[in-house]
Design a protein around this ligand. Sequence first.
Ligand code: 2AM
Ligand code: CA
Ligand code: CA
Ligand code: CA
Length: 262
Amino acid sequence: MEQIEKRDHLIKEWIKEAAAISKNSFNNELIVQEKTNRTDLVTNIDKEIEQFFIQKINRYFPEERVLGEEGSGHQMTDLKGIVWIIDPIDGTLNFVNQQNDFAIMISIYEDGVGQSGYIYDVMRDELYTAYKGQGAYLNDQKLPRVEDKALGQGLVAISYRLMSKENNEAAKKIGKTSSGVRMIGSAGLETVHVATGRLVAYLGASLAPWDIAAGKIIAEEVGLLYTQLDGQPIDLLNKNATIVATPAVHKEVTDIYRNEIK
Ligand code: 2AM
Ligand code: CA
Ligand code: CA
Ligand code: CA
């Protein structure tokens, strides 16, 4: 896709503006609503940031489509052309309860192929970016390719929803084989922590396209594998049980899942 550099500048500007919206909200009372249940929340700020991005995209790139968590493009049945995939706040429960460990995520896909991905860890002021075939960056510093560590050599993040599933023998075995289990509560931040080598894998329970899209591009640019738990490719029009991991850990984990979940 042409013009990635021109877009890049704009997108970075928008992300910083959106981050300011999220931080300024700490001074005011949030309006918090339940979506499907008590632990699935949305705030007025999630909605405001999504609308902020949609207005910008409609103004600068009126022909392009947007898929966003808080309502945009949910009727989409294909990924033809250019599609922006947006998660205005990833880690809404952290945003509400901790005012920390949440991220703003944007990515651009063309005909279903990831072109550029952005994950901004707002409170640490860490912007992770990646461009197809050109590597991944943290605040404009190129990230090295990951070391291909095995499960026994590192920490894994496993989402609580996956850990607490009824048939969780596989997840338990993975946790036990690893050096230790961590739970952050932001799929995007857990993914970038795998990309920087702090974790060797992140396993998600039922992630939507906007939870996955930006992180997948960043992960693949540093040599990680990002698939469904059984090793099948990610489906960006549906929910997925996911793994992002070093190649060695990816093999160990998908083997465990293929053998134990039947
Ligand atoms: P969200 O904060 O944007 O909703 C929490 O473990 C991670 O899973 C977050 O990245 C969260 O994204 C995502 N997630 C996806 N679906 C969820 C759901 N139904 N309930 C809670 N978190 C969900
Ligand atoms: Ca949500
Ligand atoms: Ca999310
Ligand atoms: Ca969200």
